[in-house]
Design a protein around this ligand. Sequence first.
Ligand code: ZN
Ligand code: ZN
Length: 237
Amino acid sequence: MFAHNIATNVDFTLVVCDQFIEMKFADKNIAQNLIFQAVNLRNKWKKLLDLRLQASKPTIEDKDGLISDANRLEKDLSWLLVEFFKSETLYSIRRLLAADVKLLYAGPGRDTDCVLDLNPFSNNKEPCKPNHDKGGVDLTDFLTYNCLLDLETMATTFNTHDGICPYCDTEHHLTSLGHLAHMAICVQNGETTNRHEIEDDTPHDPNGKKYYCEVCDKTYRLSLRDLLKHKSTHLNG
Ligand SMILES: [Zn+2]
Ligand SMILES: [Zn+2]
């Protein structure tokens, strides 16, 4: 998880850390959730180090605020770490040999067809940047997506599959990058609206699924029928 560089195939089932350790995941949804959490964890950890650094400077005014921010992040971090290691993942893990490393990357100019997609780790604001060395695209300074040469899969970045978002419990049919993008939205939404997440101007079913509507920017708990009804109100609008 704290590798200097992480490279993945098209659906995140094949992951190579530091050109040295190869991990294979049996389930692409679990693999995508893990990668997403790992990146979030890394970003939070980096933020924590920055906060610590700032708090140690004598010129900073709001020291107490910084320290409580750091404490909160540290709690989030330890919670995420536990989540990360307790998740049941079926994967094989092996050490790569020098001969494997030569054939590791697909190289540039091949499967860069998701370049036009927005990068989930830029708050879905910036397009993915192609990696001209390994192929694929850089999602963070340590994570390169879709650069591994994976002869076992016929999947492309356009292929969609079903997956349940661990944050909102909703089932989606999206591309691999699309699932990550959705999770990024869900996490961001959860962090800003955690306390008042359910608002009451629509039918409310306590046994229903939690559903986040991007159009209203609200989270509802709806039965399937009410969910479809709610979605159709936006179509007519
Ligand atoms: Zn979600
Ligand atoms: Zn809505």
